[in-house]
Structure formats: C-alpha cells, structure tokens
Design a protein. Structure first.
Length: 323
C-alpha cells in the first residue's frame, strides 16, 4: 500500500466512526472495531506511538465489553495481538514476548479448546502462532521459533490452502528463521541455503501475484531473500545489493523517506553497497547516517528503533573502517 492508500483507508474509517457516533455510544463494539481498524492503519504508517495508544484504548474498552469473559473475548484478544505487534516494532521482541505468548495461549484455549493438532485450527490462533515464532526468533530462541513457524505453515496450508497469502508469509519467515541457525559444515550449509532460497522464491512469486510487487508483505519476502543472498556470499552478494536497492526504492516511492521500513531498507542497502566495493564507502556512510538521522527525527534520539539503528551503524563502521 502507498501513502495515498493509507490516506483513503483512514478517511473511510473516520467517516464510518462519525456516522456510527451519531447512532451508537463510544463504547459500542462497532465503534471500537473502527478504532481498532484505525490503529492498524497507524501501524502500517509507522506511527507506533499513536498505534499503541489507540490499541490500548480499544483493549481497555473491550475488556469492559457487554459480554461474558470479556478479558478473553475474541475481539479483546485481537486488540492484545495488535498491541503485541506494536510493541515488537516499537520496542523490540523482548517487550512483546509476554503479551504475545498470552494471546497465543488464550486464543488456543478459547478457539480450539486448547488443542493444536490435527485439523483443529483457527486462523486467529495461527496468526498468533506465526507471531510467536517471529518474537522467539528475535529473542534468539531459534529452535522453538522454527518449531512454531513450521507448525504455523503446515496448519495454514491445511486450513487455508496452498495459495493463501498467510501461507506464503509463514513460508518466507520459516526460511528467515532457518537462516539464523545454519549448519556448520559447508555441504549441509549449502543444502540448507538452497532450501531457504526455494521457500523465499515460492513465497515471493505467490505474494507478488496476490498483492503486487510493491506491497509491504511482498517487500518483506524480498528482504528475506536478499538476506539469504547476502548470506551465500560470493557472486550472490551482487544479487543481494540489487534486491536491497529495489526494496529501498519501493519503500521510498510508496511510503516516503521517513517511514521506518524505508529507513531500515536504506541501512541495508548502504551496507550491501559498501560490501560490494570500497569505492562506495563514502556513499554508504552517507546513506547510513541519513537512516539513523531519520529515526532520530521521527521517533526521538532515545527511542528503541533509533538506538538500534545507531548500534547497527557502529557495527558497520567497525566492519568497514575508512579505506
């Protein structure tokens, strides 16, 4: 989606909220649902502070909702899941861990009577399972992360079919999680890299067909493929650089210069540019500084995303000192 798409979606949701506000109370489930949708738009915009506030407000309202067991009602769990995702993006996987685990546990208990076997799955439950895998991988708990993403992929295929976008998303994330625990021996390593590349390419083809080449899900998959190409080394590094450039330009074109995904993509492109040739050192450093400065401008110098960007820039400088 582009910034124009977000503007249109936000205008539509606000219009619905205004219309419903004339008829229903602010605590009505439909009004809260609109707020929850607006919070999703804020996440996509990269406005994490606003997204957190709106999701927390929706969660508070839903926990007081007119139903039994309000704390574990599916709508309440939706707000908790969205809040966990905001925390992951805004403050890192450590901040999202407890809430992400609680949502997965509650969704499994409520939606499938505690089971996670056979064909007894629910889409929301599998969304949380997929999220748990990403969070655990970010916490370097790679083995349980791989087990969970593998189960999410298998279960989503069973429930949704082979060509559903959620299947492709679990497919590419399985590949990325596998990349974090590559075998030590070269022959096994190459074989695993081949398997990962196959997962990414299949997912990229499917997501491109469903959403188009510049959708955020497609670009996430392309990023995972670029990370894989970079991991291979050798001639694949040139392919990684080209992919990073494409990804950065796509984010810049569709989301603007200061969206967090654009800024992250700029940093990856800068590093791949320097890795390809020492003659690119000055340009790479300039791009990296712009990326860090963008995070500081949007989120503040002490924000987790800003600090993380500067740490990666410092690592870049240690890896590639002035030629």
């Amino acid at each position: 989606m582009s910034l124009n798409d977000f503007d249109e979606a936000e205008t539509l949701v606000l219009s619905c909220m205004d219309t419903l506000g004339y008829i229903l109370s602010n605590s009505h489930p439909l009004v809260i649902c609109c707020r929850s949708e607006l919070a999703l738009i804020m996440i996509s915009r990269g406005n994490y502070e606003m997204a957190e506030q709106m999701n927390q407000a929706a969660l508070n309202a839903r926990e007081q909702g007119p139903w039994l067991e309000a704390s574990t009602h599916p709508d309440t769990l939706t707000s908790k899941h969205q809040l966990a995702e905001v925390l992951r993006l805004k403050e890192g996987c450590k901040s999202a861990d407890v809430l992400s685990d609680a949502v997965f546990t509650d969704r499994t208990a409520i939606l499938t009577n505690g089971t996670l076997t056979g064909q007894d799955f629910h889409p929301d439950q599998l969304t949380s399972l997929h999220h748990r895998a990403i969070v655990l991988s970010g916490l370097k708990q790679h083995l349980p992360a791989l087990q969970k993403i593998d189960l999410a992929l298998t279960a989503r295929k069973t429930l949704l079919g082979d060509d559903h976008p959620d299947v492709y998303l679990s497919m590419t994330w399985k590949g990325e999680i596998m990349r974090t625990q590559l075998p030590r021996y070269q022959s096994e390593r190459v074989q695993t890299l081949d398997t990962i590349e196959s997962l990414h390419k299949q997912a990229l083809e499917g997501l491109s067909w469903i959403f188009g080449p510049e959708h955020q899900s497609t670009l996430q998959c392309k990023t995972n493929l670029a990370l894989l190409k970079n991991e291979r080394g050798g001639s694949s590094k040139a392919e990684a650089e080209d992919l990073y450039r494409q990804i950065y330009k796509s984010y810049q074109r569709n989301l603007g210069d200061l969206h967090p995904e654009t800024l992250k993509a700029k940093g990856r492109y800068a590093e791949s540019l320097r890795a390809s040739s020492s003659s690119n050192h000055s340009q790479a450093r300039k791009l990296w500084r712009e990326s860090c400065g963008g995070f500081a401008k949007v989120y503040g110098p002490d924000a987790w995303v800003t600090v993380k960007a500067y740490k990666e820039y410092e690592k870049f400088l240690r890896t590639y000192p002035d030629p």
